[in-house]
Design a protein around this ligand. Structure first.
Ligand SMILES: Cc1cc2nc3c(=O)[nH]c(=O)nc-3n(C[C@H](O)[C@H](O)[C@H](O)COP(=O)(O)O)c2cc1C
Length: 186
């Protein structure tokens, strides 16, 4: 598969099959993340691969947040249980952590480079018949997840990337063509 095809076929995958991922598959994908362009070669990343216990713990944390939005006690408990099940069943879950530079300009460049690395992973996953879903949000900054992942001060979880064999391929979401957003200057 060429890169253009991978770009065109990539989707955020909502459901995965139960095919588990080999450690080597994840290692290979992460080695591609670190090849991203990187101004000053700061290499501002590290990765935390969540195993069964850690996925369950993440499910508990996320379940607690979701349950907090539900008034009925039984319904809230169901939400907790479902969230734990759903996070535990993810074939692969990787936290991408940015090592925060003191200098705000470098920090911003580093954030960009981390996401360029994540895109490498997303496209390489497509080439391998895998799918991904990038997850972000306030919970990633929360003390509970940071502690569960062993994230230190001076580090930021910038994404949780779900990885696995897609159970189904979502349709492409409509986008405005670049031509409609492009000015060609003389
Ligand atoms: C930086 C970033 C953060 C995202 N965070 C979330 C998220 O928290 N939850 C989610 O369901 N999708 C998240 N997504 C996925 C987007 O919603 C998705 O890319 C968008 O809907 C377009 O769909 P596609 O990826 O299938 O083309 C995120 C994507 C990016 C690039």
């Amino acid at each position: 598969m060429n890169v253009t095809d991978a770009v065109r076929r990539r989707r955020s995958i909502k459901t995965f099959t139960d095919r588990s991922l080999e450690r080597e598959e994840l290692e290979e994908l992460l080695e591609l993340v670190v090849l991203a362009p990187n101004h000053r070669m700061t290499e501002p990343w590290r990765f935390v691969v969540l195993g069964p216990e850690a996925k369950r713990r993440w499910g508990e944390i996320k379940g607690e947040t979701r349950a907090g939005r539900v008034d009925d006690v039984q319904a809230a408990e169901l939400v907790r249980r479902k969230t734990i099940e759903s996070m535990s069943s993810l074939p692969g879950l990787v936290a991408v952590v940015q090592l925060l530079a003191d200098d705000p300009e470098i920090r911003e460049e580093d954030y960009a480079t981390v996401y360029m690395g994540i895109q490498n992973l997303l496209l390489a996953a497509v080439e391998r018949g895998l799918g991904t879903h990038v997850k972000t949000g306030a919970e990633l900054e929360g003390a509970a997840l940071r502690s569960a992942l062993g994230v230190a001060e001076g580090e930021r979880v910038v994404a949780l990337v779900q990885i696995g064999e897609p159970a189904e391929l979502p349709a492409e979401k409509p986008r405005a063509p670049a031509a409609a957003r492009t000015n060609w200057l003389p």
